[in-house]
Ligand binder design. Sequence first.
Ligand code: SF4
Length: 215
Amino acid sequence: MLRSEVRKASISVNEIYPSIQGEGLLVGTPSLFIRLQGCNLRCPWCDQPSALTFRETSIDLKDLIREVEKYPHKHVVITGGEPFTEESLPLLVEELIRRDKSLQIETNCTLWQDAMEELAPQIHITCSPKAVAGWFVHPKIRRYAKELKFVVDQELSLDVLLNFSDFLQREVVVLQPEGNKKVFLQKALEMQLRLLEMGYQVKVIPQVHKFLGLK
Ligand code: SF4
């Protein structure tokens, strides 16, 4: 039985599709992706241009939940766009937790919603700081994120990574070469070695789904 606030809520969705998690620490996990619509940033290499603009149109949250229930996937990835721009995010998260889903949110780390406070510890939050936001990470995201993922491009430097010693010490930092390009893979491996010499273990993980020809 859906709660009345859920029955009344709407949500702006770009697409929903099954695949495997192709990025980060949970790579290989069979996942249902919910891509929300709208982002507060504009990264030059963004690979989801259709998910950036904020649309007037939305669907009923209850319809989205019914759609999720059609899939056998236990792991649900809420991505974007930027999920924290969506007002109905806490309601969606709460409903999916009630349905025993394991949840992951991929965020650019710049925004927060207070209604997420009690839910956040139950979610695998993947925080991916962006150069266009000055690598800003909201303090609440910094508190709850279980993974810090950097896209390695021409902008990323070792100094930026060293600002995140809390994550480096927990060994939850992932370096992801931008567009799986060789030049950025090389840069990521060099950074990994420099950090290793400083006593930090970071992982270099490309976008595996792209190698497999998956969405
Ligand atoms: S934060 Fe993510 S969705 Fe938004 S512009 Fe950057 S890469 Fe694209």
